[in-house]
Design a protein. Structure first.
Length: 172
């Protein structure tokens, strides 16, 4: 898709080139951390085969080299990618999903999969989907109950109940 300067007017945000450089820098740091920790574990070849850090070391090298290459390209490319990566409206839409998802993952630690999922589904439907409270809570309870029976009762595969274990009264 060709870059259209007229579509960029009036939009404010971070340039694509800047985002590419930041992501490349993060990859480079992750790669270096993996390399250092792999060497600490033993990245060499031992008498009985590869050390515990052998394969992670080379994965770290690949990540670091890739990050360095992307960073070099982002900073020194002849084609300066100055188009806006994401504007404030797009970022707001992404955050309206990312923040609740992050809270959901954290809530799983305390409330477990079933209760957290029911709350997440209900609130997501109410806030973002604009559904009524009754429909949202009903759907959330039906889905979570179905998953509870499917995993706990039928498949006998217990899912994480959380540190508070709010469903312990059910005996599972």
């Amino acid at each position: 898709m060709a870059h259209d300067e007229h579509s960029e007017r009036g939009r404010t945000g971070v340039a694509t080139r800047t985002v590419e450089a930041l992501v490349a820098l993060v990859l480079l740091v992750i790669g270096v951390v993996v390399i250092v920790e792999s060497r600490r574990l033993g990245a060499g070849w031992t008498s009985d085969g590869p050390g515990s850090g052998y394969f992670p070391f080379y994965i770290g090298v690949i990540i670091a080299v890739s990050g360095a290459g992307i960073l070099y390209e982002a900073l020194h490319s002849k084609k300066k990618r100055t188009e806006i990566f994401v504007d404030s409206e797009q970022l707001k839409r992404v955050m309206s999903v990312l923040i609740p998802a992050t809270v959901y993952v954290l809530a799983i630690q305390f409330l477990g999969m079933y209760v957290s999922s029911a709350i997440y589904i209900a609130l997501f439907m109410i806030v973002l989907g604009k559904y009524s409270w009754v429909k949202s809570i009903a759907a959330a309870l039906v889905v979570s109950t179905l998953f509870f029976f499917m995993f706990e009762v039928w498949f006998k595969v217990p899912l994480f109940k959380g540190s508070l274990d709010p469903l312990r009264f059910l005996g599972y």
